[in-house]
Structure formats: structure tokens, C-alpha cells
Ligand binder design. Structure first.
Ligand code: SF4
Length: 254
């Protein structure tokens, strides 16, 4: 057992608990993100930059417009900045993202002998590929981990707002641990082969159930949670799944 509840710094969960939570979430959610696994690493990086501070739909719209309008990343690098910002308008902070994406594309082209690509990451160790990505302007731990996980199939677990919130409420990380530090702490307790699936299922759990004001009546991992302000008495896993299904059915009806 880890050092649960200590002044916010230490990660804490036994392997058994991690395995149980993982198994329950696999039964609960069935999220298909396979389209993201086929991305070449540079597509994955651009897609992840576009996803910052926006939802998946707006990210996908912006990504599709870039691809439709230019086709090749080298063409995006050379396109007028205003045109790139306009193409990705559906994604929040489009001007900042356009500048960031073009700077990365130009940097890569210069370093890689005239072609913007990140394919060389496939040949690198996870540590070296991560260090390379983190050396790029505007690429932080989460973005680097998304490229490594989705595109390169490496055993890392990106930590975004949803993953961070769920991990804190389970007390797998302490209350004062930030997202960057959470990457390393979660890597200590989540076995490599579980990280990608757990990322996707924590993400879904945080998006649908363990929201800022959580819907604890629909929570299948309630008994592992140490959050003080739960919003309902403990449901059985069956009850929680039924309630969750009702919400999904209503969403599908619209
Ligand atoms: S019980 Fe509530 S706060 Fe805890 S993990 Fe479940 S939804 Fe989140």
C-alpha cells in the first residue's frame, strides 16, 4: 500500500486496488478511440495541440479542415498564418495554436532535412522520444504523453484534467499534486500494460460521472473513492451501471 493521504505529495494505491479499479472501469465503459491510434506521430501531435481547452468535436473539426485545405504538413508550414488560424477557428485559442503548430512544423522541417515529420520517433526509446517532444516549444508532459501513447503505442498515461481529478479523488495522488507531477506518480503505481486503457477509462469517467460536481450515484468505483463530498449514497455496481445506461440512452435519443 502506498502512502495515502500524506501531505499531498505521495502516490498511493496497492497493485490490487489498481487492478480492481481497472477491471471495473473496463466493464463500465466501452470507449473507442481507435481512430487516434492510427495517427502518424506528427498528426497525433497536431491533433493533441488542437485538443487543448476544447472538446473532441471541435478538435476533430479543426484537424479535418487543416487536412482538407492543405493535405501536407509542409504546406501548412508555408501557409499564411491567418489562413491557418481561420481553418482551426472551431478550436479555442486558434491564433495561439496556429502559431505554435507552424513553428513546430518549420522546426521539424529544418531539423529533418526538408520534410516536416516525426516518424523518426518510432526508432527512439520512450525516454528519448519523450525528451525530444518536450524540447519543442509549447509541448508539455500531457501532449508528449498523448503522442507516445496514441501514436507510438508506448506504455505511458497522459494526465489531463479528467484523469487528474479522478486520481485525486481516489487518493492515488495527493491533493496538492499537479498534473505534471501526476504523470510520474501514476507511472509508479499503474503497470505499463494498463496505462493506455486506464487513461481512456479515467477520461470517460471524469467526463461523464466524476465531473467537477460528481454524479456519485452512477459511480461503479465508489468504494475505492476517498473524496469527502460525495453526492449520493453508495450504489451497487449494478445500480450505477443501470443509471449510467439510462443517461446514455437519453443522450442517444437526441
Ligand atoms: S464516488 Fe463520486 S467523487 Fe468518487 S470517484 Fe465516484 S463519482 Fe467521483
Amino acid at each position: 500500500m502506498g502512502m495515502r493521504g500524506r501531505e499531498g505529495e505521495a502516490a498511493g494505491a496497492s497493485l490490487e486496488e489498481v487492478q480492481e479499479v481497472h477491471a471495473i472501469l473496463l466493464r463500465t465503459y466501452d470507449v473507442d478511440k481507435t481512430e487516434m491510434y492510427d495517427d502518424p506521430p506528427l498528426d497525433s501531435l497536431v491533433r493533441t495541440i488542437l485538443s487543448q481547452n476544447t472538446n473532441d468535436r471541435n478538435r476533430d473539426k479543426a484537424f479535418a479542415r487543416l487536412k482538407e485545405q492543405w493535405g501536407l504538413w509542409d504546406e501548412v508550414a508555408d501557409a499564411p498564418y491567418e489562413a491557418v488560424a481561420e481553418a482551426i477557428r472551431s478550436s479555442n485559442h486558434a491564433p495561439t495554436k496556429a502559431g505554435r503548430i507552424q513553428a513546430i512544423l518549420r522546426q521539424l522541417r529544418e531539423e529533418q532535412g526538408g520534410r516536416a515529420t516525426l516518424d523518426f520517433l518510432r526508432e527512439m526509446s520512450t525516454e528519448d522520444a519523450s525528451a525530444y517532444l518536450l524540447s519543442m516549444e509549447g509541448v508539455g508532459k500531457k501532449t508528449a504523453a498523448c503522442v507516445l501513447m496514441f501514436s507510438l503505442d508506448r506504455p505511458v498515461m497522459p494526465v489531463d484534467t479528467h484523469i487528474h481529478r479522478v486520481a485525486q479523488r481516489l487518493a492515488w495522488i495527493g491533493p496538492k499534486v499537479g498534473k505534471d507531477a501526476a504523470h510520474d506518480l501514476l507511472a509508479e503505481i499503474v503497470p505499463p500494460e494498463m496505462r493506455a486503457k486506464l487513461h481512456i477509462n479515467f477520461w470517460e469517467h471524469g467526463r461523464v460521472v466524476c465531473r467537477p460536481i460528481p454524479k456519485c450515484a452512477m459511480c461503479t468505483i465508489y468504494r475505492y473513492c476517498r473524496y469527502d463530498a460525495k453526492t449520493a449514497p453508495e450504489p451497487t455496481e449494478e445500480e450505477a451501471r443501470e443509471r449510467l445506461q439510462e443517461v446514455k440512452d437519453v443522450q442517444l435519443a437526441f
